[in-house]
Design a protein around this ligand. Sequence first.
Ligand code: HEC
Ligand code: HEC
Ligand code: HEC
Ligand code: HEC
Ligand code: HEC
Ligand code: HEC
Ligand code: HEC
Ligand code: HEC
Ligand code: HEC
Length: 457
Amino acid sequence: MKNPTIASRPWSLLLAGMVALVLAFPCMQALAQDEDADEDESSEAIELEEEDLACLECHDDPTLETKLESGETLSLHISTKDFLGSMHNENSCADCHYEIDIEDHGQGQSTITSKRELGVSMADACVDCHKKKYKEYNDSVHALLIEEGSKKAPMCADCHNPHTVKSWEIAGPEEAMPCGKCHEDIFKASAKDVHGLARNDKENPGPLCSGCHKAHGVKAASLGSGIRDTCLDCHKDAAEKHKVWLPNSERHFEAISCPVCHAPNAQRRVNLRLYDGAGADKQQMLEKTGVPQFIKRAKAADADEAGLDDRELLGLMKEFTKDVGVGKTVVRGRLEVSSGVDAHQLADKSKAISDCKTCHQSGAEPFQSVILTMAGPDGRPLRHEVKKEVLNSLFSIDSVKGFYVLGSTRIKLLDYLLVLVVVGMAGGLLVHITARWLFRRAREKRAAQARRDSGSQ
Ligand code: HEC
Ligand code: HEC
Ligand code: HEC
Ligand code: HEC
Ligand code: HEC
Ligand code: HEC
Ligand code: HEC
Ligand code: HEC
Ligand code: HEC
């Protein structure tokens, strides 16, 4: 309130400034002493070696930076305080930077051309001390991507700043999960879904990214059944609970990815995955590193580029069968959501899909979009569009068997009806719906011929 008066008289402003300074001085001294005390304390516990202090003499300078050939500016500042507070405070700079020769270092002769190159050149720095993590990481989709030449997939230091790393146990959930840097859309979606909202629950916290994908051994998400099994590890009673209302829930769990029913607003589709048909436990086919074939062949097969039709699909599968030599290449269908964001918008159970008709009726939404995939060398799917009519074509029974067995064998049909009866769910409507779906192929053929509406039978 006094400010206007002071400001109007310059000399009193000066005086006030001097008084403030005098008053502030002891405080500043006290502050400085505090800092000293802090430093004393930490340096009592951990002392940096002389060599490290020598590095920091130049590098603990916030303005130290260098312009790289790539055009990026690399800050070279390493804060002594942060380093002392990090989990690596008992390490020496040279433990990781063993290639630096102090004699001819820091002369503006850096050979580093980009940030990425620096990361790559340091990629092995963590092996010696963290062998287990390194091994897990080496099998991950991220490591495979780097092997394939990805310039974006993370190495250790992209997820952990080696100079400031704190124990992840004391970091907050978001801070501890570096995935958002690169998977931003998914990160945002995931924060708002049923697990994200339970993230900070003390008793029963919802999983963060690594709770479902692991942190180091991250695998391609749609490969195999790893993620589903992880869901069931936490939700131990889920399988039992579905059985109560969902006949043959095991088969449903095989053929439908969990978010299909649990992300109610998601777009859905049929993914026909290529399997090696030889042997009893059919394996999902992986493309060999360095021998890209799927995309090439699929494009060649799909002459009009309008998506594979039944003949084209069959032809393509015969080609793959020739490679395998023994057995047959088959496809197995799987219902899944169409995007990564959709997979991370799980809602609470009251919103989950329980209506059989969502899938078991002719023209059902999830069957309107079909895609053929083969797992690439890193496990991520290589994709090609397929015409949805393939699912109804008698011609493709052979190719899409694993999935569309439903309408294709009578014995199976009896099984389904039996299951329904046994489970006590064979209400007239249900049988009707299921029968409609099972018979759809035949029905549609007949309908086409006789223009008779067999749906009302
Ligand atoms: C005389 C000051 C000085 C000292 C001492 C010094 N550095 Fe540097 N350092 C630099 C400068 C300047 C750069 C920028 C690149 C250049 O000019 O060579 C740099 C760059 C780096 C880089 C970036 C990669 C590269 O090679 O360009 C790393 C890592 C690094 N220093 C680590 C260290 C370590 C570890 C020590 C102690 C063993 C150390 N520095 C000691 C000045 C110094
Ligand atoms: C635990 C291993 C480790 C230790 C200990 C370590 N560094 Fe590093 N340092 C790295 C890695 C890995 C990178 C590359 C980071 C990246 O890819 O962004 C790096 C990068 C740097 C850079 C380049 C700028 C930057 O931040 O990327 C400088 C400068 C540097 N370190 C200096 C030091 C100094 C000085 C010390 C000791 C006080 C030290 N480092 C201790 C692993 C380490
Ligand atoms: C994609 C991100 C990512 C990459 C890459 C990554 N980490 Fe991690 N790391 C994490 C996360 C997240 C955690 C937190 C704990 C967890 O969820 O397992 C973690 C935890 C750790 C821990 C503490 C684990 C514990 O149980 O105490 C160590 C040590 C570690 N990482 C080392 C490494 C090393 C070494 C590499 C490279 C070989 C690496 N990390 C690569 C994300 C990553
Ligand atoms: C010379 C050995 C050494 C090297 C090299 C090294 N670390 Fe560490 N690291 C340690 C030690 C020791 C700890 C503290 C472990 C502890 O107390 O549990 C640690 C802790 C960590 C933690 C925190 C673990 C936790 O409990 O949350 C992470 C993350 C980590 N290191 C990542 C890295 C990364 C990334 C690299 C490579 C850039 C690396 N380390 C290189 C020795 C090393
Ligand atoms: C509740 C378990 C769960 C959590 C938590 C989770 N995910 Fe996922 N994630 C999934 C499922 C399920 C899929 C789809 C797998 C499939 O196709 O069947 C998926 C797919 C993905 C994909 C592949 C997307 C694509 O384009 O196909 C990425 C990338 C991914 N997640 C990253 C993340 C990140 C980053 C986080 C943290 C923000 C995260 N996930 C958290 C379960 C989870
Ligand atoms: C430095 C960037 C970066 C970070 C950090 C990162 N990723 Fe990735 N990740 C990528 C890139 C690039 C790909 C390949 C392209 C894609 O699928 O988006 C990828 C791919 C994936 C895939 C396979 C996608 C598929 O199609 O199946 C999953 C799953 C995944 N990341 C999960 C994670 C999780 C979980 C974390 C955190 C623990 C994480 N990522 C951290 C860059 C990153
Ligand atoms: C065919 C659709 C469908 C599929 C596939 C499906 N769910 Fe469900 N799920 C539901 C419905 C509907 C409910 C709600 C049932 C109720 O309210 O009793 C539910 C309930 C749940 C619940 C809550 C159970 C409880 O009552 O506490 C969990 C957890 C769950 N599902 C997990 C999963 C997992 C994990 C998968 C994949 C392995 C999966 N679901 C696949 C439809 C499905
Ligand atoms: C690390 C443990 C963990 C994993 C892994 C996990 N969840 Fe959950 N899930 C939770 C927790 C905790 C909650 C919130 C509390 C609750 O409702 O049980 C939850 C809630 C849910 C709900 C809402 C249940 C309700 O009562 O409304 C569904 C549905 C669900 N999860 C499905 C899945 C699916 C699908 C996966 C795999 C993609 C999965 N969960 C993976 C721990 C987990
Ligand atoms: C999200 C889509 C979806 C929903 C919802 C759904 N199903 Fe299914 N159902 C499928 C798929 C996909 C298959 C597996 C086809 C295959 O691979 O053989 C299947 C298979 C079946 C089978 C045959 C199982 C076997 O023995 O092979 C029966 C019976 C069945 N469903 C009944 C029902 C009933 C009853 C409901 C409602 C309570 C229901 N389904 C809800 C998609 C669904």
